[in-house]
Design a protein around this ligand. Structure first.
Ligand code: F6P
Length: 560
């Protein structure tokens, strides 16, 4: 019989308690000494799967720590929770629904029963719709109201209906069509629409309104602005269907908005917004790189799914990454986690992972509503290497906080120039090495003496040059950045995040917190529209509303 999904309280687990003692026992642990005494450390502490190598040897863990962390995963029921998620149990307990993004990349002929019904034919049907539309567009067979072929796709969406497509479209640029350009319209700040629309020709532009709920304010407002823009450019009401497609699970609302029913691609309730790049939300990607590459990305993700499900815990990449994160968050007090891609095409990975991780694991109660007395998800931040080395790496190296970091790099560049790739790789490794090794006072003093400084200068400067070292990092090396590897990389992080949520006993698939801002925004908006309306509330908000009115009329545009 299959085991039901049973959420945990980690504080009750023996491994959690043992890890607390282990943390104390390890207070003098030195990674550098561990490397010196164990030449096999890299060999033992790296995993390779699907063209992705995870080196986790530069972490503050010894064999006992790893053993205890793996016991924690087993005691928290990670393997059975993964199975429960994959087979469609309602792991999203507050909304009583499954989180079946994994079904979207499952082989289409492998049935998956949900409430007694095989859902794979629906998945196939949507992929066929995506294929038909993207083929039309890529062959120049989709024309706008003035008869010209569409050349520009604008994805209107926000959150999960934006960040995944943005990441993947950029990451797979080497595979992109030369004739189609993909843009993103997200923010309710009208400057974004203004700046984008100046670069577009209405007759050659196709808007994809991407919104699972079709109720998101920013997306609806931008879709309305786009519609007005098309009409003002001479497109008839009838021809609007040549310029608007929708992706949504709320078909009725999309139709009500005015999207032609044949132009609406469905999304299922069981696809969470931030887990939706695999669904029709991936349409801008399919159009940009073609359905063949989109399917390769699905295949890469599926291979990572099988690894997460089947690899033993000690050889399981997402399990290891999740456990190391827990070790730092819950036993070392780490508050944030840096994501540092050393690949320009992965420039949007930190943004993507911010939503994926922080919206999933930014929770303060367990499934059973009991409050957490331990930390949950960290602040995720980061940006491109090597740029960050000349900005915030100083704090990673000499600041007072422990900030675990993931360094992500492709072994080979799509666009080799001279010796840039060697330098890029060298920089990436130099940072993880500097974090691990640091520089002792003795080393700093010796260097200064060797440079000819006198004793008082050596004493004055040396302490400033000390780098503590012993700071943890993972390195992920992709053999190359292609659709399979991208799919596997994203799926790796999805599983890591879910596994952490299982250990913490929290729901990774809801996001009730974000609703409060939406509610309050709805109350404030009428007060900004009409200054005569009487307002009550805190003096800060009231003062800021008055300040808005005092700024005078809303128009006109700045002159150039
Ligand atoms: O702001 C929260 C959120 O609900 C995200 O979870 C979601 O990805 C985003 O808004 C967009 O939602 P939708 O796709 O329904 O427009």
């Amino acid at each position: 019989m299959q085991q039901a999904f049973t959420p945990t309280n980690p504080l009750t687990l023996p491994a959690w308690q043992a890890l607390q003692s282990q943390r104390v026992a390890m207070h003098e642990y030195s990674m550098q000494a561990a490397f010196a005494s164990d030449p096999e450390r890299f060999e033992r502490m790296s995993i390779s799967h699907q063209g992705i190598l995870l080196d986790y040897s530069k972490n503050l863990v010894d064999k006992t720590t790893m053993q205890l962390l793996l016991e924690l995963a087993a005691q928290a029921g990670v393997p059975s929770a993964l199975q429960a998620q994959f087979r469609g149990e309602p792991v999203n307990t507050t909304e009583r629904r499954p989180a079946l993004h994994t079904a979207l990349r499952r082989p289409l002929n492998d049935p998956l029963l949900l409430d007694g019904k095989n859902i794979m034919p629906e998945v196939r049907h949507v992929q066929e719709q995506m294929e038909r539309l993207s083929n039309l567009l890529r062959k120049g067979q989709w024309s706008g109201f003035d008869g010209q072929a569409i050349t520009d796709i604008v994805n209107i969406g926000i959150g999960g209906s934006f960040l995944g497509p943005q990441l993947a479209v950029e990451a797979l640029q080497p595979f992109a069509s030369d004739t189609l350009r993909c843009h993103f319209l997200t923010n309710i700040d009208s400057s974004e629409f203004y700046q984008l629309s100046r670069r577009l020709q209405p007759g050659r532009t196709l808007f994809i309104v991407s919104s699972k709920s079709f109720g998101t304010l920013e997306t609806r407002k931008n879709a309305l602005a786009a519609r007005q823009w098309m009409l003002a450019a001479g497109c008839s009401l009838q021809d609007l269907s040549r310029h608007f497609i929708a992706v949504s699970s709320n078909i009725a609302k999309a139709v009500e908005f005015g999207i032609a029913p044949e132009n609406i691609l469905p999304m299922q309730d069981w696809t969470g917004g931030r887990y939706s790049i695999w669904s029709a939300i991936g349409l801008p990607l399919a159009m940009t790189v073609g359905m063949r590459h989109f399917k390769d990305m699905l295949a890469g993700a599926h291979a990572m799914d099988m690894h997460a499900l089947q690899a033993p815990l000690e050889q399981n990449m997402p399990v290891i990454m999740a456990l190391l994160g827990i070790w730092y968050i819950n036993f070392h007090g780490a508050q944030s986690h840096a994501v540092l891609p050393y690949d320009n095409y992965l420039r949007y990975l930190p943004d993507y992972l911010q939503q994926l991780d922080m919206e999933s694991n930014g929770k303060q109660v367990r499934h059973d509503a009991s409050p957490l007395s331990y930390s949950s998800g960290p602040v995720i931040w980061g940006n491109l290497g090597t740029n960050g080395q000349h900005a915030y790496h100083q704090l990673l190296l000499q600041g007072t906080r422990i900030i675990p970091a993931d360094f992500i790099i492709a072994a080979r560049s799509h666009n080799p120039v001279a010796d840039h790739q060697q330098w890029l790789y060298a920089n990436c490794l130099s940072q993880t090495q500097a974090l691990m090794r640091g520089k002792s006072l003795q080393q700093a003093e010796n260097e200064l003496r060797a440079a000819g400084l006198d004793a008082s200068e050596v004493a004055r400067l040396a302490p400033h040059k000390v780098v503590p070292g012993n700071r943890p990092s993972n390195t992920l090396v992709l053999s190359k950045l292609d659709p399979q590897r991208l799919g596997a990389l994203i799926a790796l992080y999805e599983h890591k995040i879910f596994i952490q949520s299982v250990v913490w006993g929290i729901n990774a698939f809801d996001q009730w917190g974000v609703e409060l801002g939406k509610e309050l925004g709805g109350n404030i908006f009428p007060l900004l529209q009409d200054k005569q309306q009487s307002a009550t509330g805190d003096s800060s908000t009231l003062g800021l509303i008055q300040h808005f009115h005092a700024a005078g009329p809303l128009g006109p545009k700045a002159s150039r």
